[in-house]
Design a binder for this molecule. Structure first.
Ligand SMILES: [Fe+2]
Length: 275
């Protein structure tokens, strides 16, 4: 499918189903469809009717109209334009882990040209090449979480940049050459003149966190445009922490996820069926 979102209808209902501990047969039964139909909808061989989307949304505690827009491929977020903030720049570094695209980011203080490397995209070479290409000076490495597609290659990045690495205190620790600097909700890390605040966004992982400064938040796999990361640890924590800490930010705040396109708080409040 050419639809630009990280997750589409089938991914969304699968995540909501697993997250809430509902069985395939429970969801199908309560939504008035067969298990085979539900499977076909999840793997995109059957397009649901409007009525079926609303019933499934109801069973899964998802927002019906928002889910319908995604099922009918009627919504994608407006592209985030570079230069939206005079004090900073966010450069997306896209790489592939196997066939699976992943985003790391450079968060740059325009005044000092200092930068944070946020996640590794499991591809230190691509990141280091981008750092050289745009001529910024990395001062810290920040990890949203420790999954391999976000944290592999950390030792190489540390050796090449000499930067300290920050990770949430509750997160499992990936391979590293140094002692981590540990973060908790509300902590601040300086990048040049920027003050970056740590927001707890666990649920996908135990100590997943997001990094917020001015009108920018980098969220790892806590929330995607129109979806959320798989709730491996706690669906309730994931939904409530993203709702409380990310979607409570002003509507014009730009959200940069670990997979898929950038979005905004306003777009997600209006279109993300999990909220
Ligand atoms: Fe992840």
């Amino acid at each position: 499918m050419a639809y630009a979102l990280e997750d589409e209808f089938g991914d969304i209902i699968g995540k909501a189903k697993r997250g809430q501990g509902l069985s395939h047969s429970q969801v199908a039964g309560r939504a008035g469809i067969t298990e085979a139909q539900l499977s076909q909808m999840e793997n995109y061989t059957l397009k649901p009717t409007e009525d079926q989307v609303y019933k499934i949304a109801d069973v899964l505690n998802l927002d019906g109209p928002k889910l319908l827009d995604i099922a009918m491929e009627r919504w994608v977020p407006e592209p985030v334009q570079p230069g939206y903030d005079e004090a900073l720049e966010v450069v997306t570094v896209s790489a592939k882990v196997g066939d699976y695209p992943v985003n790391a980011y450079l968060l740059i203080c325009k005044q000092t040209n200092e930068a944070a490397i946020i996640d590794t995209a499991a591809n230190p070479d691509v990141i280091l090449r981008k750092v050289r290409e745009i001529g910024v000076k990395p001062t810290v490495i920040l990890l949203t979480h420790a999954h391999g597609d976000h944290a592999n290659g950390l030792p190489e990045l540390e050796k090449a940049t000499g930067c300290p690495t920050y990770i949430h205190e509750n997160e499992p620790k990936p391979r590293s050459t140094q002692q981590f600097r540990l973060l908790k909700h509300g902590d601040e890390v300086s990048i040049g003149k920027l003050k970056v605040k740590v927001l707890d966004t666990p649920g996908h992982t135990p100590g997943g966190c997001s990094f917020h400064t001015r009108s920018t938040v980098i969220v790892g796999d806590a929330i995607f445009a129109g979806s959320v990361g798989g709730a491996n640890i706690s669906y309730t924590d994931e939904i409530s922490s993203v709702g409380d800490h990310v979607l409570s930010l002003p509507d014009d705040v730009k959200i940069f996820p670990g997979h898929g396109p950038a979005t905004t708080v306003g777009e997600e409040k209006a279109h993300n069926p999990f909220f």
